[in-house]
Design a protein around this ligand. Sequence first.
Ligand SMILES: [Zn+2]
Length: 251
Amino acid sequence: MAIARVQSVDREEAHARDVLAAAHRIAAHDGLAEGTWNHFSLMLDSERMLITPADRHWALIDPDSLVLTAGDDDARERGLQFLIGYRIHRPLHEIRPAARCVLHAHPPYATALSLLDEPELIVASQMSVGFAGRIAYNDRYDLIGGAAGQGERIATALGDKDVLLLRGHGVMIVGAGVESAYLDLYTLELACRSQILAMSSGREVRPLGVIEVAELTASGPDSDDEARRHFAAMRMLVDGPRGRSTLNLTG
Ligand SMILES: [Zn+2]
């Protein structure tokens, strides 16, 4: 019985590593990553957090390169870039335990939006509809990378939303799973790209009407199912049909 339990735990960790590592490679392919910076994390349970290493390009991250954190001292020994990620993500997971997955990135268009005097994502396109009422905005740039308290401040600014647009910086996305959080990251960037391009025309961006938003929301696909399909398709593109996974998830 004890051996079966250990095997089950090992399988859960292996699956989590496999999916979270794939998210890094897809993000690199999608142009949402900046080399070895930024961080994705996933809680295995209430104690164990998997997170991005600070010493490998995201295109090359495999399951074994992810770090299973062992506390503040361990994080500090891994260097400042790693410590920054740890001190942002760990408190966020503790304050929002249902958010097993937290993604932090600096996607070009979402970051460009965060630089504006009024960095609001306008619900003006079908891609932006999915974010209506789900985005929080912090009111100033948070300067103290890696200092104690940054994660708590970010969690406070996020509140009960799923997305935080970090002023002059980038985005935080929280979700129940990797696939759904990644789809939010990807579609947020598409929505921001459309808005920035529309604004670059110099003309006003017109929000969709209440009825249009309601109709688009009601007619959309099941988001979790769509997230899994999108993630699997992107994995096939990035890793090839056989993929990098060595897991036998049905065995
Ligand atoms: Zn950042």
